[in-house]
Write a protein that binds this ligand. Structure first.
Ligand code: F6P
Length: 319
């Protein structure tokens, strides 16, 4: 392997820049040429490919987002689109590709690998929902943003004796919601993994009010229910003023935490070393504090993310 490409794809995540930087600097350090592909698979298909050097990744470690740009590109599911992408990679004599992103990005990397072009996946998403790793780049930064938001909401909901619902990203994974609920001391946690029963939630809120609770924070994962409707419903049943706050894309921006920068640096460097050892078609991850790698096809098709029951129980028992 002499030349590698790197791209970021799907929803961006703080720390992606640190991962690109690690891929570029480790690659150059080990004698490779590194090419940046702009705007994810869309840019790969459109041949937006440029050689990167040490300076291309100066002053990016502290920046959120991804300087390469990212895109959701469902067209990549089509074989003919991927064939075009491989043609572009070959045109630039690129031998292998590092893909930094979430599950959709892994799927693209798996497909390219199946078509004979070696890819390696690095988990980058605030959702922490990728199999084969207990950590995804961006999670810690997003978690800190959400906890900060909950702290602020607590101030105002205490002053007004209100109930506050905060909607948290994560797609269909409750990790961000659970982590934020424990760290922010939320009274109620609703995540997709545990199902949702509105009547039960209302009964619990009422029980809290009956015990003299003056305010409450409900940490709610996105896609579970309409939080604005729920706020109205809670207000009509309990007569307590209730407000809903959708944190939205605020959770995906901003300076990456030290944890995300370190993790991204480790994963980026590890991915390049694996490629040099001849390992294509892999995805990297963190398990028991160590870097690990798995077959990307096996990872997507067969590995499941374990549910963090301990954290869920904690969110329940400590409120
Ligand atoms: O996967 C990251 C994520 O932020 C999810 O938490 C969220 O559901 C989704 O992306 C939002 O996607 P978009 O930025 O395309 O609206």
């Amino acid at each position: 392997i002499k030349r590698i490409g790197v791209l970021t794809s799907g929803g961006d995540a703080p720390g992606m820049n640190a991962a690109i930087r690690a891929v570029v600097r480790e690659g150059l350090h080990l004698g490779l040429e590194v090419y940046g592909i702009y705007d994810g698979y869309a840019g790969l298909h459109a041949d937006r490919i440029e050689k990167l050097d040490r300076k291309s990744v100066s002053d990016v470690i502290n920046r959120g987002g991804t300087f390469l740009g990212s895109a959701r590109f469902p067209e990549f599911k089509e074989q003919s689109v991927r064939e075009e992408a491989i043609k572009n990679l070959k045109k630039h004599d690129i031998d292998a590709l590092v893909v930094i992103g979430g599950d959709g990005s892994y799927m693209g990397a798996m497909k390219l690998t199946e078509m004979g072009f070696p890819c390696i996946g690095i988990p980058g998403t605030i959702d922490n929902d990728i199999p084969g790793t207990t950590y995804t780049i961006g999670f810690d930064t997003a978690l800190n943003i959400v906890v900060d938001a909950i702290d602020r909401l607590r101030d105002t909901s205490t002053s007004h004796q209100r109930i506050s619902i905060v909607e948290i990203m994560g797609r269909y994974c409750g990790d961000l919601t659970m982590g934020a609920a424990v760290a922010g001391g939320a009274e109620f946690v609703v995540i997709p993994e545990k199902g949702y029963d509105e009547a039960d939630l209302l009964a619990q809120i009422q029980a809290g009010i009956d015990k003299g609770k003056k305010h409450a924070i409900i940490a709610m994962c996105e896609h579970v229910t309409d939080v604005n409707q729920l706020a109205k419903h809670i207000e009509s049943v309990t007569t307590r003023e209730t407000r809903a706050t959708v944190l939205g894309h605020l959770q995906r921006g901003g300076t990456p935490t030290a944890r995300d920068r370190i993790m991204a640096s480790r994963m980026g460097s590890y991915a390049v070393k694996l490629l040099l050892e001849g390992e294509g078609g892999r995805c990297v991850g963190l398990m028991n504090s160590k870097m690990v790698h798995h077959d990307i096809i096996d990872c997507i098709n067969n590995m499941k993310r374990p549910f963090n029951q301990e954290l869920f129980d904690l969110s329940d028992s400590l409120f």
